[in-house]
Design a protein around this ligand. Structure first.
Ligand SMILES: [Zn+2]
Ligand SMILES: [Zn+2]
Length: 232
């Protein structure tokens, strides 16, 4: 059952045509029709460390064999249709309706067992930020912060290397591609536990590199909350 209360508090909704964003049918609860709502691919049982899909909740083989700088990862969705289409709209077309929707769904479906001190969106390199005009992970973090009351900090770290797109790289290549890409510039003394917010996690190379620089800067625990986990 979809909670419609949130739609009323998001002003852009009254400007949207009453058709489904994805398939064009009549929308039941904006921005989608009931069939598309039912198609949303929630992630289901997964590895508690890296969010990889599993038959039941546990720790996957790779995470048992290699330690990670982050402790827990939660992914709300699998990166499958129609979530992939929503993410593309949120990421490259500045569709604030979809960003509001994804941020709200993340806030609704994340389990907060131990409340972090701060949420840190994965930063974009300033060049990419200028080109895109916004950071989709920051937009998601702001919405989660608003719903949960957890502060969001966008100036704690910077992306200092404009790494090439990761799409066609293997896990190992992604890791070396990102080496030294992030710099921590500010850590508050009371921060013990932080959560990185990302839109899509594929191999986890980005959050692994970012988590490791925060651990090196003295943070005790880093977790990851992402909108979707790609099971590539
Ligand atoms: Zn639809
Ligand atoms: Zn795992």
């Amino acid at each position: 059952m979809i909670n419609v209360g949130w739609a009323l508090c998001c002003p852009p909704f009254h400007l949207i045509p009453q058709t489904c964003f994805l398939c064009g049918d009549a929308a039941t609860t904006l921005p989608m029709c009931s069939a598309c709502w039912a198609d949303l691919p929630f992630q289901g049982p997964a590895c508690v460390r890296c969010a990889k899909r599993l038959q039941k909740v546990g720790i996957c083989k790779q995470c048992q064999e290699a330690s990670k700088p982050y402790t827990h990862t939660q992914a709300v969705f699998s990166y499958l249709y129609p979530l992939d289409k929503l993410i593309l709209a949120a990421k490259f077309h500045h569709n604030m309706t979809v960003l509001n929707l994804l941020g709200h769904l993340m806030a609704q479906h994340l389990t907060i067992e131990s409340r972090p001190d701060v949420l840190i969106p994965v930063p974009l390199h300033p060049k990419r930020l200028r080109h895109r005009g916004y950071n989709q992970s920051l937009e998601l973090a702001k919405r989660i912060g608003k719903h949960t009351g957890i502060p969001v900090e966008m100036n704690a770290c910077q992306r200092i290397i404009n790494t090439p797109p990761q799409t066609n790289l293997s896990g190992k290549q992604r890791q070396s591609n990102l080496k030294g890409a992030f710099k921590v510039v500010r850590v508050e003394p009371h921060w013990q536990h932080l959560v990185l917010i990302d839109d899509v996690m594929t191999t986890g190379a980005t959050v692994e590199e970012l988590a490791s620089v925060f651990i090196a800067a003295g943070i005790k625990q880093v977790d990851v909350w992402c909108c979707a986990k790609s099971n590539q």
